[in-house]
Design a protein around this ligand. Structure first.
Ligand code: SF4
Length: 456
């Protein structure tokens, strides 16, 4: 970029509106990182911006509706003369480009998924009155490290993805149609990313991917390399905590539990979506496992890793789930007692394998089942929280809010689990502090604690 353009870029304020999951947040951070590197001024407020970029989500109908609602708001702001340009990026234009282009022709630029290395050029084109319709956001991500991120998380944690895409074809899911087949980054590239994050002051790295346990199966050897990767990441000097999310249960790479036990900085926590426990429903979902195999895997994880906290997600109302299969799920959840759990109601996707299968309950019934799962889980969760009261635990402080420091134990992933509130009127605890606390009370999904004097 010439110095003239750099000068003008500084005068242009760009706001990014982010929707969707933690994986999408990494894309948003990449977009911001590239714009910042090219000299653009970034603002968190659309009202203050010249150009707004919306990074969309589209994995189910309600997510698309939310994305389209924000597009409408931004176009209204442009029509009112409050914005000079509206750019729509991410999963929505990647998968639904013709539909979204036809619906919103006033959008200045559409960008599918890419490494966003050309995003500054696109802002420039839009500011000159040009429309961008071709895929010119950069190369599709090809397993390279991602280093130009402008982190949007507090420095206590940051997300990292070791791979893009997914090789499964779960009946309910269109993510592989959006994000493509799995492409893993080399171990060295991921380790370099961890080192870069630690150098920025990040304490906890949260690994996210479409399928973490599939990491490395796309390499020439065809083997899952997650244990080797996690071992290498945990060995990075200065990394305080490492947390693994989105582990697919089948073909679980069991060497991973040994890696967990060898590294004190790997939190004994695993997010492992099971989706269901009925063999019939699992088959309809194309999940590849059976009731017996899922039960065995979950039990073995608890047996092999001390203090292991398991988080799962279940999907209710999928084709094939009658009252009997749903009750089988409820019974198992009550018996196994996951410490952390999210439940979702099936949302039929026209292009997903299960999309046209009518052998399912109504959406209202699916929502009712979701409510019953969450009601059961509230009690299981509360019982687990009570077991933490009276324990001395290390916590990681995410933020200071008024008189309170907001922290997490090993049992809580950021944004999806609860927090620990620590009364800290003197503001002794800043983001990234890791004091030892005594848990004094459990309150719904959260805990209260007081800091123990540090031993010296
Ligand atoms: S594992 Fe299944 S649910 Fe997860 S991204 Fe892949 S296809 Fe979708």
């Amino acid at each position: 970029m010439t110095s003239d353009l750099r000068t003008s870029a500084r005068d242009i304020r760009v706001a990014l509106v982010h929707l969707g999951c933690a994986r999408n947040l990494i894309d948003s951070e990449n977009i911001l990182g590239h714009l910042g590197a090219e000299g653009y001024s970034l603002t968190g407020s659309v009202e203050e911006a010249d150009v707004a970029i919306l990074n969309t989500c589209s994995f189910i109908g309600p997510a698309r509706e939310e994305s389209e609602g924000v597009i409408q708001d931004l176009l209204q702001a442009k029509a009112a003369g409050n914005l000079r340009g509206v750019i729509v990026a991410g999963c929505l234009p990647e998968k639904f480009r013709p539909e979204v282009e036809a619906k919103f022709p006033q959008v200045d630029a559409f960008l599918g998924l890419s490494d966003y290395s050309n995003v500054a050029r696109i802002v420039e084109t839009v500011l000159k009155g040009g429309k961008v319709r071709e895929d010119s956001g950069g190369r599709a991500p090809q397993g390279q490290g991602e280093f130009l991120r402008l982190l949007q998380t507090p420095r206590s944690y940051a997300y990292l993805r070791p791979s893009h895409g997914c090789d499964h074809d779960c009946g309910f899911c269109i993510i592989p149609q959006i994000r493509g087949k799995q492409i893993s980054k080399p171990v060295a590239a991921v380790v370099a990313e961890v080192e870069a994050l630690v150098a920025k002051g990040v304490c906890e790295v949260v690994m996210v991917a479409e399928d973490s346990t599939g990491y490395g199966r796309d390499f020439a050897q065809g083997e899952a390399r997650l244990p080797e990767l996690v071992d290498a990441m945990a060995s990075v000097a200065g990394l305080k905590w490492l947390r693994v999310m989105y582990a697919y249960p089948n073909n679980f790479p069991w060497a991973l539990t040994d890696v967990f036990n060898r590294h004190a900085n790997i939190v004994p926590y695993l997010d492992i979506p099971t989706q269901h426990i009925s063999s019939k429903v699992l088959k309809n979902m194309r999940r590849g496992g059976s009731s017996a195999s899922v039960r065995r895997i979950m039990q073995r994880l608890r047996e092999e890793v001390p203090d292991m906290v398991l988080r799962t997600t279940v999907l209710v109302g999928h084709p094939g789930e009658g009252e009997q299969e749903f009750n089988e799920l409820l019974d198992w959840l009550e018996e196994f007692r996951f410490e952390r759990l999210g439940a979702f109601a099936f949302s039929p996707e026209a292009t997903a394998p299960s999309g046209a299968d009518e052998d399912r309950c109504s959406h209202e019934e699916a929502l009712e089942r979701q409510g019953r799962v969450m009601q059961l889980q509230a009690q299981i969760h509360a019982d687990f929280q009570q077991t933490l009261v009276g324990r001395r635990l290390p916590v990681l402080v995410d933020e200071s809010a008024g008189e309170w420091a907001i922290a997490r134990t090993w049992a809580d992933a950021p944004e999806v689990d609860g927090v620990v509130r620590i009364h800290d009127p003197a503001h002794n605890l800043s983001t990234g502090a890791m004091p030892e606390v005594l848990v004094t009370a459990a309150d719904g999904y959260d805990l209260e604690a007081e800091v123990l004097p540090s031993p010296n």
